[in-house]
Design a protein around this ligand. Structure first.
Ligand code: SAM
Length: 248
C-alpha cells in the first residue's frame, strides 16, 4: 500500500478541497498558537503532516533560522505544496509518520500541526528516533472537550444517534491528559496548554462542507458522516486543541 492510499481522506480531489482560504486562515492561526512561546529554534526542522503547506509557509517565514523539510502521506497534498510560491526550495517527501525516511538524530525540531491525531500508535518512537538529543517536538492536537457552541452540540447529537455503531478512534481527538505523552519518556514538557479556536459558519451546510474539507468529518464519524444537519443560521463552532512543547 502506498502512503497516499493509506492516508485516504487527504488523497486526490480531497487535497484540492482542503487547500481553500477558510482552511488556510484556520491552520495559520492554529500554528501561531503553537509557535507562541516556542523555544529558540535552529538547525534542521521537519513539518510532519505538512499537507498543502499552510504550516510550512508560516514556519519558513517565522522560523527562518531553521532549514525546513516537509513530510506528508498524501501525494496529492504534496503536489499542491510544491507548487506554492515561497516553498519551491523546500524538500517535501511523501512518507508516513510511522516510517520516516531519515537517519536517526536528523532533526532539531519536529512540528506536527493538526496531524498527530491521524498517526498510528508508535509514531512517538519514530519521531524520537529522528530527533537529535535535546531536540523539540512542537505539536497541536484536537482534544475531546464538550463545547456549548451550536455546531458542536448538533454534531454531538449526531454522534449519539449512531452510538450503536460508534468506533472510538484517535482521530476523534486526544484526552488532554494524554497529550504530554506523545513521545515516549524521558521528555521535558515545557508547555502543555488548551486553546479553543472559534469559527462562525453561514449555515449547517457550510459547516459540514468546511469540516469535511479538513478531514474532520472523517476523523469524528469515520465512513458514515452526516450529509445534512438542521441548524438555525448562523452556526458557531469551536475547535478545542492542545499545544505541546516537549524536549527529549
Ligand atoms: C489536517 S492536515 C494538517 C496539514 C498541515 N499541518 C497544515 O497546517 O495545514 C493533516 C495532514 O496529515 C497527513 N497525514 C495523515 N496521516 C498521516 C501519516 N500517517 N503520515 C503522514 N502524514 C499523514 C494528511 O495527509 C494531511 O495532509
Amino acid at each position: 500500500m502506498s502512503s497516499s492510499e493509506a492516508v485516504c481522506w487527504s488523497g486526490g480531489e480531497r487535497a484540492r478541497r482542503y487547500d481553500r482560504e477558510v482552511n488556510r486562515r484556520f491552520y495559520r492561526t492554529a500554528l501561531a498558537r503553537l509557535l507562541a512561546g516556542a523555544p529558540n529554534l535552529h538547525g534542521r526542522g521537519l513539518d510532519l503532516g505538512c499537507g498543502t503547506g499552510f504550516s510550512t509557509e508560516v514556519l519558513v517565514a517565522e522560523q527562518s533560522g531553521v532549514v525546513w523539510q516537509g513530510v506528508d502521506g498524501s501525494a496529492a497534498m504534496l503536489e499542491i505544496a510544491r507548487r506554492k510560491p515561497g516553498l519551491g526550495q523546500i524538500d517535501f517527501r511523501e512518507a508516513r509518520a510511522e516510517a520516516l525516511p531519515f537517519a536517526d538524530a536528523s532533526f532539531d525540531v519536529v512540528v506536527a500541526s493538526f496531524s498527530w491525531h491521524w498517526f498510528s500508535e508508535g509514531t512517538g518512537l519514530e519521531v524520537r528516533r529522528v530527533l537529535r538529543p535535546h531536540g523539540w517536538l512542537l505539536a497541536s492536537v484536537p482534544v475531546r472537550h464538550l463545547s456549548p457552541a451550536r455546531g458542536n452540540r448538533i454534531l454531538a447529537r449526531e454522534l449519539l444517534t449512531m452510538r450503536h455503531r460508534f468506533v472510538p478512534r484517535t482521530s476523534q481527538g486526544f484526552r488532554i491528559a494524554d497529550v504530554p505523552h506523545l513521545l515516549p519518556p524521558p521528555v521535558r514538557v515545557a508547555q502543555h496548554q488548551l486553546f479553543v479556536e472559534y469559527e462562525r459558519f453561514a449555515d449547517g451546510r457550510e459547516l459540514l462542507d468546511v469540516l469535511d474539507s479538513r478531514g474532520a468529518l472523517a476523523a469524528i464519524f469515520g465512513a458514515e458522516p452526516p450529509t445534512a444537519i438542521v441548524a438555525p443560521a448562523p452556526v458557531d463552532f469551536e475547535w478545542p486543541f492542545a499545544v505541546l512543547h516537549a524536549q527529549i
